[in-house]
Design a protein around this ligand. Structure first.
Ligand SMILES: *Cc1c(COP(=O)(O)O)cnc(C)c1O
Length: 382
C-alpha cells in the first residue's frame, strides 16, 4: 500500500535536527543569539535592513498593525486568505474591509481595493496568495496617492520575487512584510513568524511590542539607575521566538532555494500531466519571474465532471491523495457575518474562486512517483 500524500508538509533533515539539538544544549532556550542570527540571515536573504522574529505570523501581523499606531478606522484586505490577516486589523481596533480578488490568480484586486478605499482607510494588507506576489507596484502607488500604509502578508511567499524583481519582503513596496514558518508553509520553525522592514523607528517599535513593550536600550532610557533597569514604555506582548525555533529556521532558510526548485519541478510535472484537461484550470505560468509556490491551487469545473467538491476530495483521498480548500472566504466566517452581515453577494470573483478551488499536494519531499500518482488520480476523475 502506498503512503498517503498530504496536500503539504514540512521537510526536516539531519542538519535541521543537529541545529535544534545544538540550540537545546546552549545557554539560551528562549530569544538569544540564535534568534539574532536567524534575523540577520533572513534580512540578508530577502534584502531588507531589519528583521524581527516572532512566535507566529499572526503575532507578527498583530504587532505590525500595532507599530503603525493607526488609531480608529478601516483596513482593506483580501477575503481569500487565512483569518489571521483581517483578525490582526480587528486586534488594533480597525474594521476589516474586504475587497474582491483577481479571478485568474486569487490575489487581491487593485481595482477592487481602489473602490474599497475611503477617508477612514488606514492600511492595505495584500496577501501573496499561494506564493504568487500580489500587484505590489500598483498597491504601493495607490497607497502613496491615498496616504495609507501597506503591510504585506507574505505567509505564503518566502523565496518569491516581485514581478519587477527583488525578493518579497525587501521593503520596496510596503512598511512591513510578515512571514509564517508554520509547518505547512515553505520553510518551518514549528510555530513562528518574522517581520521585515527598512524603517528604523518601526524596527524599534516591533522589538518592544514583541516583548511586553519593554526596553533596556540606553538610548531610550533617560536616567537608568543601574544595569538592572528596564522600562515598559508601551503596551506590548510576549511574542518572542525561541532559540530552538530560530536554530531550525536558520537551517531551513539555507535550503529554501533547493526546496523552491523542488516545488517548481513538481509543478512542471503537474503542468505536463494535467494541462490538457478542459475541466481543470491550473495556476498561471509566471515565465521568468521566480515564484516559490507554497500552494498548487487548481480550479475544477465540478459540474463538467458531475461530482461535488466533497466527492472529488473523497475520491482523491481514496487514491491516497490529500487536497484542501484555499480558502473559505473570510467574510463567510460566523464571527465576520455576526459583525458585518452576509456580504457574500459583493464578491463575485472570490465566490467563483471558492466554488472551484482545490489545492493539490505540493511539498519538497514529494517524489516524481508521488506527483505521477496525483496526476493519475486527478485524470481518473474526468
Ligand atoms: C498561515 C497564515 C497566517 C498565519 O500564520 P501563523 O504563523 O500560523 O500565525 C497568516 N496569513 C496567511 C495567508 C497564512 O496562510
Amino acid at each position: 500500500m502506498n503512503a498517503f500524500i498530504p496536500y503539504g508538509r514540512q521537510l526536516i533533515e539531519d542538519d535541521d535536527e543537529a541545529a535544534v539539538v545544538a540550540a537545546l544544549r546552549s545557554d539560551f532556550l528562549t530569544q538569544g543569539p540564535a534568534t539574532r542570527t536567524f534575523e540577520d540571515e533572513l534580512a540578508a536573504y530577502v534584502g531588507a535592513r531589519y528583521c524581527v522574529a516572532v512566535s507566529s505570523a499572526t503575532a507578527g501581523l498583530h504587532i505590525a498593525m500595532a507599530a503603525l499606531d493607526l488609531g480608529p478606522g478601516e483596513g482593506v484586505t483580501s477575503p481569500n486568505t487565512f483569518v489571521a490577516t483581517s483578525n490582526a486589523m480587528a486586534y488594533v481596533g480597525l474594521e476589516p474591509v474586504f475587497a474582491d480578488v483577481d479571478p485568474d490568480t486569487g490575489n487581491l484586486s487593485l481595482a477592487a481595493v481602489r473602490e474599497a478605499i475611503n477617508d477612514r482607510t488606514r492600511v492595505i494588507a495584500p496577501v501573496h496568495f499561494g506564493g504568487l506576489p500580489a500587484d505590489m507596484e500598483g498597491f504601493a502607488t495607490l497607497a502613496g496617492e491615498r496616504g495609507v500604509s501597506v503591510v504585506e502578508d507574505a505567509a505564503h511567499a518566502i523565496g518569491s520575487e516581485y514581478v519587477s524583481g527583488g525578493r518579497v519582503g525587501n521593503g520596496r513596496f510596503s512598511s512591513m512584510t510578515v512571514f509564517s514558518f508554520h509547518p505547512v508553509k515553505s520553510m518551518t520553525t514549528g510555530e513562528g513568524g518574522a517581520i521585515t522592514t527598512n524603517d528604523p523607528a518601526l524596527h524599534e517599535a516591533l522589538m518592544m511590542l514583541r516583548s511586553h513593550g519593554i526596553t533596556r536600550d540606553p538610548a531610550r532610557l533617560a536616567d537608568a539607575p543601574g544595569a538592572w533597569w528596564y522600562e515598559q514604555q508601551m503596551l506590548g506582548f510576549n511574542y518572542r521566538m525561541t532559540d530552538i525555533q530560530a536554530a531550525l529556521g536558520a537551517s531551513q532558510l539555507r535550503k529554501l532555494d533547493r526546496f523552491r526548485d523542488r516545488r517548481l519541478a513538481i509543478i512542471a510535472r503537474y503542468r505536463a500531466g494535467l494541462s490538457d484537461l478542459a475541466w481543470l484550470n491550473l495556476p498561471p505560468d509566471t515565465g521568468t519571474q521566480t515564484v516559490c509556490w507554497h500552494l498548487f491551487v487548481a480550479r475544477f469545473d465540478f459540474e463538467a465532471i458531475g461530482r461535488t467538491r466533497a466527492e472529488v476530495m473523497a475520491a482523491l483521498a481514496g487514491e491516497g491523495v490529500g487536497s484542501q480548500v484555499h480558502y473559505i472566504p473570510v467574510y463567510r466566517q460566523p464571527w465576520y457575518v455576526a459583525r458585518q452581515g452576509d456580504r457574500s453577494g459583493r464578491f463575485p470573483d472570490t465566490e467563483a474562486w471558492y466554488a472551484r478551488c482545490l489545492s493539490l499536494p505540493l511539498y519538497p519531499a514529494m517524489t516524481d512517483e508521488d506527483a505521477d500518482r496525483v496526476i493519475a488520480a486527478v485524470r481518473g476523475l474526468g
